[in-house]
Design a binder for this molecule. Sequence first.
Ligand code: DMJ
Length: 644
Amino acid sequence: MVLRKLPGVSASGMGLRLSQKFVFLLFLSGLVTLCFGALFFLPDSVRLKRIFLSKNENPAVTVGSDNELSKKVPGDPEHQRAGLKGGEGGNVKLKVSRKPSVTHGARTVERSVGSRAQDEWSPARSHEPAARDERVTSSAHNGERGSTYNYEAFKKCLRKPPLGNNKGTPSDSETLQRREKVKEMMKFAWDNYKQYAWGKNELRPLTRNGHIGNMFGGLRGASIVDSLDTLYIMGLMEEYEEAKEWVQNNLDLNSNGEASLFEVNIRYVGGLLSAYYLTGAEIFKQKVMELGEKLLPAFNTPTGIPRGVINLGSGTSWSWGWASAGSSILAEFGTLHLEFVHLSELSGNPVFTEKVMNIRKLLNKIEKPHGLYPNFLSPVSGNWVQHHVSIGGLGDSFYEYLIKSFLMSDKTDQEAKKMYYSAMEAIETNLVQKSPAGLTYVAEWRGGILDHKMGHLACFSGGMIGIGADDGPAGQKQHYLDLAAEITHTCHESYSRSATKLGPEAFRFDGGAEATATRLSDRYYILRPEVIESYMYMWRLTHDPKYREWGWEAVEALEKHCRVDAGFSGIRDVYASTVSHDNMQQSFFLSETLKYLYLLFSDDDLLPLEDWVFNTEAHPLPVIRKTCLQEHSNTQNNGQTNLE
Ligand code: DMJ
């Protein structure tokens, strides 16, 4: 480089200035390097780190104003899970720190611990790069074939009309009156949501405003989407129409927040799918396909096991901060199957089914301690992370989706069937217990040690075991029906032993306890459905009138303790005769609790179980009768459109 002498400046003076500049620039670049390096030492939850060090496979991360997802949940992981599944139930704020899907650091560490299972698990690894393009390819695919879904053929393949011959109206007047009461409760819950929280996710009935929360990644209207099918089957048509109109005009799927993959799937995907199948309205199909595609990037992990949190805008995903070692949760990645199979069914795009079959394949292959499925699995290595097993929070709906996958496949999915009954056998051998007073319960298992506790969430298992009774190993039908009835009885006991006649979040069978909560933090009830869900299934399976009586007891308790001037609210202590409300009308109250009550007081031909399975948020999905659908489609394609 030639140094040209500037006028009035001596050569030595110019040299001095240049070297000062050089030192300054050197200092500046050192500072920048230091600052950048320091980012690596910041915790993952710090936004700056995520902006600068986001993984480059995904588009840039745009984060919402909240850098930490917070949930009001009690302290231990099961309750955190329960809270995540059930919304805000407890009193403690849980800070959920987010972990980038794959940072270079994480990748090096996690790969270096790669073990046998990971090495054997080549398909998922090799399909990782392909997955990146899925949103594009699936859109094209959907555009091509989605419109060809034959709704008329689907209706013809149902054995009975979805709403029955007379909308399930019961013939005896007492049951009819009870059903009318439940319908009135739904209308009351809906009207108040509409008046005070329209478009928000849930109603806060005491403060009379809306709650948005942070489970749905910026999506809104959870109560609306969750209510569509309940309103429809109850014949609340004006309300259904306003809900549909909202979906059409206001359900914005271009949100950019971080969502629970599980919650969005069971509530939004499940809700929209049911609404489509029940009504045939194209808007629901359109919306659900758009949303389904946004969920696909969550599967871009080395094993194909999705992480728990996804940014719906960027497609970046994280594990829950509280889940040990960046693991994914059994009840979350194991509760996608029903909805994803239907997404493929509607769109003609196999990618959705492939994703969940990949999860199935890994779970089927992996070694299971005593045949049990632990609740935490690494999406990177494909190995279990902790040996905690539960049929309640963290595990629950994984088992539910095995048996329901079998039923929804018109009993052709033999793999799901086999996995379900083997899991049940292991659960019976290791977890099912009898209390000193003779109550049957399902304990939790921590690396071989039993925790004699049952969560409210685990009470769904009465119904699940009941619907699985028919297809189990030869000679086991009555055994399973008895087990289902015993568990449902225990769960009813947990209700009847409280002052409010509503059940606590968790109850124990040790230290003299018999189906009662011993910890203060387990005493709350947040309008959960699981116990009533089991009453409904057990009623359908046995027609023992006690299940309707128990359901009615629950209605009376809900009316007395949870109904407030502007909606329904959870309560903080089921044992206190003067209740304290938690100010939250959960969306699952409208979707599940009231729907199961309504079905309990209806005839069995309202959503008959031979044609429909309910997803874990009580959204009915039809049994897929492949041969029948094919035949009807062929007939139509051959121009014979005048089917009976
Ligand atoms: C619902 O969102 C679903 O039933 C889920 O599977 C478990 N928790 C809540 C209701 O309690």
